[in-house]
Design a protein around this ligand. Structure first.
Ligand code: ADP
Ligand code: MG
Length: 671
């Protein structure tokens, strides 16, 4: 069977209701190694025939065989494979890709054959050098003359072998010298065994061929037939060895590389547009990342400063603002504390031994909170020893008159640089200043007399947390000293319910209130649940975060639609490029991949800018305040990347599908 065999091939165009038969029952048989010119008047169907021959267009009727394979029965990908493996196209207007240099254009068909980058470049360079373009490898088409561009397109046609070279008016746009050179090259290729099919309206050009087929109104008017004595090429021409079949994996790798590179070039070629379409994505990602960073920082600061300190306990104290005037709030008795201890969810009840006192050093008087401290107090109050020592066993047993003061008290009582250790403080009840204590009977101990105390240590809040102490500072003394010298009562004015978290804190608190109320007869006490409060704060924070995340999501959505829009524009602008890629053998999946990757790259770039923006924002926030340290985490970066890619995939799908669905011949015809 002949290399090309057409039996009753027809191609009809539909102009509204009118049926235009561009080809009408063509019977043709072309042998391997022939040099055929197709001639005829304008509109006679030459180009249509050429497109059908090159598998760029499907005939409406008839059967059509290439190398024994019935091409009219093939699917889009199989046709792409035929184009890739057998055909080389040379177009009147060259159809080179403007953003690729000569070498890149020549090498293009091998991308879709899966030839590796190096092998591709080497082969393209060799072909271009043979065609006299060794000095022009890195020139873009607009820096090349018409003749040079047409030679680049010859190199491209030969890249994958080019067993059959289809040239539609190849000299039409060239000056006579370049045209003559073109014809010489075609003749040479035919000598080497390539089958050449040339479309021309010019008889002198047709004279170069060894067989002339004349068309008229879509029918063969004259056909000189395969020349007598035509001999099939002895062997495949050298160029046919061009492509080694490469593995699917390798092909995929080559395709991805090319797609990413193309995406990058396309985006770079339209900088302003790229930047603008990235904007929506950037804003969306920036808000999402900022929210993540901010809520993280806020939560971190709550946990660090307050939560760890207060959580796990419910402070209960004597007195309640709802008590009727004149009513006296009772202290808590040991038996009452035992009752609380027995409640479910309660790990322990810690009595707080504190009282407000005046501390004096030399002429300085400061109101301080005196705290009865045991071995656990440093840890419980999140304090760190910075000077001197803490109480030991002996201090507790022998009730030494020693104190450990906090930094605030140190600052209030001592001049900067003045040593505190070894100094004596005089502690005296606040009551000494006025009659305010009259209503609290049985408050004996230090009444009147000032208690001399030796400073043995200084503590600071651990981890720079906020101080919940509004007095002039804290003064810790051994618990034994406290009960002996300051407050010997067994009753207490306040205590902490320590939670074991087997029940929700709010529920424990309710039970405590219920039990104490039963014991006291009235609610003459108050309590506070840190975990409940933090839960409230966190609910508010979460609601805010959700709100901002919603704004971010909307921005992302709008950004995504923007990207889709710009990609659709891009597809219609680059229709001819898509046609060229399809003509040299790109599958629909290759085209789809290319535009999808472009959308994803665009979105990821937008995402990156968004992350950068939020990073800058975080630096700004950190620079103007010290309370909250905002950091953009790697997690945020990963999330941004994942989200951007997802948006790209989602909104790139429609444009990519649209690009892939184009028919090669329509795409090529588009200007
Ligand atoms: P030639 O290349 O010989 O000048 P063509 O093959 O381009 O002729 O066109 C043959 C006929 O088909 C013409 O009448 C033309 O108007 C018609 N034709 C070609 N392409 C299309 C198309 N895409 N849609 C409709 N009609 C077309
Ligand atoms: Mg034409």
């Amino acid at each position: 069977m002949a290399l090309i065999e057409l039996i009753g091939v027809a191609r009809h165009y539909q102009h509204g209701d009118i049926d235009v038969p561009a080809l009408d029952g063509i019977n043709l048989s072309i042998e391997a190694g022939e040099y055929v010119a197709i001639v005829g008047q304008s509109g006679s169907g030459k180009s249509t025939l050429m497109n059908v021959l090159g598998c760029l267009d499907n005939p409406t009727h008839g059967s059509f065989h290439i190398g024994g394979q019935d091409a009219s029965q093939l699917g889009a990908d199989e046709l792409a494979a035929l184009r890739r493996e057998r055909f080389g196209f040379i177009f009147q207007r060259y159809h080179l890709l403007p953003h690729l240099d000569a070498r890149g254009n020549a090498a293009l068909p091998a991308v879709y054959a899966g030839l590796g980058n190096n092998a591709r470049s080497k082969r393209a360079e060799a072909l271009l050098t043979r065609l006299g373009l060794a000095e022009r490898l890195h020139h873009r088409p607009n820096a090349l003359s018409g003749g040079q561009q047409q030679r680049v397109s010859i190199a491209r046609a030969l890249m994958n072998g080019g067993q059959i070279i289809l040239a539609d008016e190849p000299t039409g746009a060239l000056d006579s010298a370049s045209g003559a050179e073109m014809l010489r090259l075609l003749g040479e290729l035919n000598q080497k065994g390539h089958t050449i099919i040339l479309v021309t309206h010019d008889p002198s050009v047709a004279a170069n061929a060894r067989r002339v087929i004349e068309l008229k109104d879509g029918r063969v008017l004259k056909d000189s037939g395969t020349p007598a004595g035509h001999s099939l090429p002895a062997d495949a021409p050298a160029e046919l060895a061009g492509t080694e079949q490469s593995s699917g994996l390798r092909r995929l790798q080559v395709q991805w590389r090319e797609a990413i590179l193309t995406a990058w070039l396309a985006l770079r070629g339209n900088r302003l547009r790229t930047a603008l379409s990235m904007l929506g994505i950037s804003i969306g990602i920036a808000s999402v990342v900022s929210i993540l960073a901010l809520t993280d920082a806020a939560r971190g600061s709550i946990e660090k400063d307050v939560r760890g300190f207060l959580s796990g306990r419910i402070p209960v104290w004597r007195g309640n603002s709802n008590l009727p005037p004149g009513a006296v709030a009772r202290s808590f008795r040991p038996s009452e504390l035992d009752a609380i201890r027995a409640l479910p969810g309660v790990k322990a009840v810690n009595v707080v031994r504190e009282m407000e006192l005046t501390a004096r050093h030399r002429a300085r008087d400061v109101g301080v909170t005196a705290v009865g401290a045991d071995a656990q107090s440093l840890a419980a109050r999140k304090l760190k020893l910075v000077e001197g020592r803490y109480f030991n066993e002996l201090d507790q047993v022998s009730r030494t008159q020693t104190v450990v003061i906090d930094g605030k008290a140190r600052k209030a009582l001592f001049k900067p640089g003045q040593p505190a250790l070894g100094q004596t403080l005089l502690l005296s009840p606040m009551a000494a200043a006025g009659p305010a204590t009259a209503e609290v009977p049985g408050q004996p101990a230090a009444a009147g007399a000032a208690l001399p105390m030796t400073v043995i240590g200084v503590v600071e809040p651990d981890g720079g947390g906020i101080s919940l102490n509004f007095s002039g500072g804290q003064v810790l003394l051994p618990l034994s000293t406290f009960t002996r010298k300051l407050d010997p009562r067994l009753d207490t004015d306040s205590f902490n319910v320590m939670l074991d978290f087997s029940l929700p804190p709010a529920q424990v608190r309710e039970q405590v209130i219920h039990r104490l109320k039963a014991l006291h007869g009235v609610e003459d006490f108050d309590s506070w649940n840190a975990d409940e409060e933090f839960q409230k704060i966190q609910n508010v924070t979460a609601a805010m975060a959700a709100l901002f995340a919603g704004v971010g999501a909307i921005a992302l959505l709008v950004g995504g639609v923007g990207v889709m829009n710009i990609m659709l524009v891009s597809v219609s602008e680059r229709t001819r490029e898509i046609g060229i890629r399809m003509a040299v053998g790109a599958r629909q999946s290759d085209v789809r991949l290319q535009f999808l990757i472009e959308a994803v790259v665009l979105c990821c770039l937008g995402g990156l800018v968004g992350v950068a923006l939020s990073w800058l924002g975080a630096q700004g926030i950190n620079a103007v305040q010290a309370k909250l340290e905002v950091r953009v985490s790697w997690t945020a970066l990963a999330v941004a990347f994942a989200v951007s890619s997802a948006v790209g995939l989602l909104f790139g799908t429609l444009p990519a599908r649209r690009a892939a669905a184009l028919s090669p011949v329509d795409a090529l015809a588009r200007e």
